[in-house]
Design a binder for this molecule. Structure first.
Ligand SMILES: *Cc1c(COP(=O)(O)O)cnc(C)c1O
Length: 332
């Protein structure tokens, strides 16, 4: 893992070092343990069709961590430090990057208010950690099995002017109960509604959501309550390039139920077709024969094609970690 530290006295980050994966020493008075200054990121390194190990838009993750840090009164690593840390972590774990199509190396950057402080205030020092874990392919055989989602009517995820737009740790544990309850009933995940009117879709626990109406694709706008996904942003750009009309406008549940297709996006799932939405006890289905809709499938193929270097990358999104060879993934 990679570790760098920031001291508020000097106002500077250390260069950072790679060290064996293991515990982080911390005072019981560490800000993060008491008041929760913690933000994470998530990205993937994978072995491409060109035989390279590649990342996808890591600068976008750096930018998002930086925005989140500002919201949470934390010092953020620069884009240079962030990307270098991710690259070094990938390089030193290159043996764990699975063979092409067999999964990826999931990379988890963490920013922690690690310094000790008893009074409520920002940490006097911060720790930036990047660790990694090999993960299997999300969909066996690469197919897109549509997922069943439950529209959550008991809990909200985020409130206007709150922290919903930040990948801060505290946003996630409050949703674990809703997720577990939905899973126990056979749903893959929940869809949250907006806290103000309970009428509009926000997002899924850790994915953004889109609705397809003919040639128009709609997704809820970024107004601070939903997470600005890198995949969301990429799908919007890609869909426009493919000739779809993309609107970032509120989508009510009632409208969503009339959509031709619904899909979700995120680093882990990439793009997942939604087979059904259950709202107030009624199940509305979207997919026939448990097959993804044609627009979802087309976008999935286009995006993974770029990510895996199977198709051209007109946007310059692919970020190779090493120009030349990395030892083959024997350990995976
Ligand atoms: C991480 C995350 C997403 C997806 O973001 P990506 O950058 O596409 O991985 C969406 N919603 C929430 C709540 C998330 O935490």
């Amino acid at each position: 893992m990679f570790v760098a530290t920031y001291d508020s006295q000097t106002g500077e980050w250390t260069e950072g070092t790679l060290q064996p994966y293991g515990p982080l020493p911390m005072s019981p008075a560490a800000q993060v343990l008491n008041y929760g200054q913690s933000i994470f990121e998530g990205l993937k390194a994978q072995r491409s069709y060109q035989g390279r190990v590649v990342l996808f838009r890591p600068e976008a993750n750096a930018e998002r961590m930086s925005a989140g840090a500002a919201r949470m009164s934390m010092a953020a690593p620069s884009e240079e430090l962030f990307v270098r840390a991710v690259e070094q972590t990938v390089r030193s774990n290159a043996g764990y990057v699975p063979p092409q199509g067999k999964g990826s190396l999931y990379i988890r950057p963490l920013l922690l208010g690690s310094g000790a402080i008893l009074g409520v205030g920002p940490a006097p020092s911060f720790t930036f950690v990047v660790y990694a874990s090999a993960v299997g392919a999300y969909f066996k055989g690469g197919q897109l099995t549509p997922i069943d989602l439950l529209v959550e009517t008991r809990f909200h995820r985020a409130a206007p002017r709150g922290t919903g737009g930040t990948k801060c740790a505290g946003n996630y544990s409050p949703g674990l109960g809703a997720l577990a309850a939905a899973k126990a009933e056979g749903y893959a995940d929940v869809v949250y509604l907006d806290a103000k009117t309970d009428a509009y879709l926000e997002e899924v626990s850790s994915c953004n959501i889109f609705a397809v109406f003919g040639n128009t694709i709609r997704t809820p706008p970024l107004r601070g309550t939903i997470l600005p996904g890198v995949t969301r942003r990429s799908v919007i750009e890609l869909a426009r390039k493919l000739g779809y009309e993309v609107e970032e406008t509120p989508v009510s549940v009632d409208e969503a139920l009339t959509a031709d297709e619904i899909f979700t996006t995120g680093t882990a799932v990439v793009l997942s077709s939604v087979g059904s939405l259950t709202y107030k006890g009624h199940r509305h289905t979207f997919c026939e024969d448990n097959k993804p809709g044609s627009v979802s499938l087309r976008l999935y193929e286009a995006l993974t094609g770029i990510q895996q270097e199977r198709l051209d990358d007109p946007f310059g999104w692919v970020h190779p970690v090493e120009a030349c060879e990395i030892t083959n993934g024997a350990a995976a």
